[in-house]
Design a binder for this molecule. Structure first.
Ligand SMILES: Cc1ncc(COP(=O)(O)O)c(C=O)c1O
Length: 427
């Protein structure tokens, strides 16, 4: 009974954080706050809420009040999922694909993932090296939980994706940020990485194309990083979920293709961005067989298997023509160029993004913190963006602006940003 009560409180998800009202579960009463304090584990207390979700909550609140906000904070395509993918999932449902599948996902879907890696990147993967997951989120979680122990150190280039620190914390390990410098185009340099390695370093989390900067590590730099990983016997998680979204002729090089890396790389994949399927919640983990075989236990404990008809949709996404992806990327590229030209006109510096759908301009000259700057744009320009410090202290002085909105909306929003910023010193 005591356990049951504890579980109910946890499901409210609030902890002591008064910001819960911004996350769609309503504000906790003082009594509930006290109760949660009494029951909550140190594990859950140690986690924070995502600042991106906080901005999303503000946008929704404003919209409910009838205030028009242009949302350039979102990290997902604004396009619908391509019709042939939706049709495949709808047909699967209609045909009765409503029961569990094999825990790692259907063999057909895992084969389709292998085929795409072979065709697109000439990387040989075996279906037995894959677990299909509930989004990349689960893939990262089960991957990290399978290899981390208390006392381990995990290197993460910073600014970093908002949840990495939390995952590392859940694994009982220590997150060691490796600063990404604007003067190096926010790219990780092997020599900087090596300076942060100690006898306790077990893992490196790489994420390129990078959220939030949009930068992409090229083959040469990746191979240098691979040599460091091998020299110090470090595992690497390659969170490559934006690998289908590249611009300026940049090519994706899977780290696992570098010599000696296949056996020490965990590849994180997702359908969320490439196929505009973020709400479907499907992704995958690719790792050496001996690891996958063990990681499967955790996957079974938390989800049993991925959603069945969603897997059918994902299979259609991979097996059909990739024209829908090319069209979407071409449109993102058009928006990227528009966004860059507007920042150029305003004299706001940024490093040219070459992947994903984010730009990370520096707002240092305005003399506001990134949080204050975001509040200012929200109030005065009715434009939502994400403060750089949502991605760790190294993101302070920047904001993340996504171009997941039609060009006309971006144009209008940037007009308002320009007028609002004219009121600030530093303009
Ligand atoms: C770098 C990175 N990794 C993982 C994820 C999670 O993706 P998914 O929707 O597949 O869980 C995101 C989502 O924004 C991301 O930006």
């Amino acid at each position: 009974m005591a356990f049951f009560r504890k579980a109910v409180i946890i499901s409210l998800g609030g902890g002591r954080n008064p910001a819960t009202s911004r996350f769609g579960i309503g504000k906790l009463t003082i009594k509930e706050e006290m109760m949660s304090n009494r029951w909550l584990s140190e594990r859950i207390k140690g986690l924070g809420f995502s600042k991106i979700r906080e901005v999303m909550g503000r946008v929704e609140e404003a919209k409910r009040k009838g205030i028009k906000i242009t949302d350039l904070s979102i990290g997902r395509p604004d396009f619908d999922t391509p019709k042939h993918i939706k049709d495949a999932a709808a047909k699967a449902l209609a045909d009765g694909w409503v029961h569990y599948t094999a825990s790692p996902g259907t063999l057909e879907l895992r084969e389709a993932i292998c085929r795409r890696f072979q065709e697109d990147h000439q990387l040989k993967i075996d279906p037995s090296e894959i677990i299909v997951t509930t989004g990349a989120a689960e893939a990262i979680y089960i991957g990290l939980m399978s290899v981390l122990d208390p006392g381990d150190e995990v290197l993460v280039p910073e600014p970093m994706y908002v949840y990495y620190g939390g995952y590392v914390f859940l694994g009982g390990a220590k997150c060691v940020p490796v600063p990404l410098k604007e003067e190096n185009q926010f790219l990780l340099k092997a020599e900087d990485l090596e300076k942060h390695i100690t006898g306790k370093t077990k893992l490196l989390i790489l994420n390129f194309p990078h959220n939030p900067t949009g930068q992409v590590l090229l083959r040469e730099d990746l191979e240098a990083i691979a040599r460091v990983a091998i020299r110090h016997n470090i595992l690497v998680v390659a969170d490559d979920i934006y690998n289908g979204m590249l611009y300026d002729g940049v090519e994706y090089f899977p780290l696992a293709k570098a010599e000696g890396m296949k056996e020490r790389t965990l590849i994180i994949g997702s359908f969320s961005k490439t196929y505009a399927m973020d709400g479907w919640r499907i992704g995958y983990l690719i790792a050496p067989r001996e690891l996958i075989a063990q990681t499967l236990k955790l996957h079974q404990h938390i989800v049993s298997c991925p959603n069945t008809f969603v897997q059918m949709g994902a299979q259609a996404a991979l097996r059909s023509s990739q024209d829908c992806v090319r069209q979407m990327v071409a449109e993102f590229d058009r928006r990227r160029k528009k966004m860059m030209s507007r920042f150029d006109q305003m004299g706001i510096p940024y490093v040219r993004p070459r992947g994903a759908f984010y730009i990370f301009p520096s707002i240092k000259k305005f003399g506001l913190s990134s949080g204050q700057f975001v509040d200012f744009l929200f109030e005065k320009a009715r434009v939502a963006v994400v403060p750089g410090d949502a991605f760790g202290p190294g993101g302070e002085g920047y904001v993340r602006v996504s171009y997941c909105a039609p060009v006309e909306e971006i144009e209008e929003a940037m007009d308002r940003v320009r007028s609002a910023l004219a009121q600030l010193k530093g303009w």
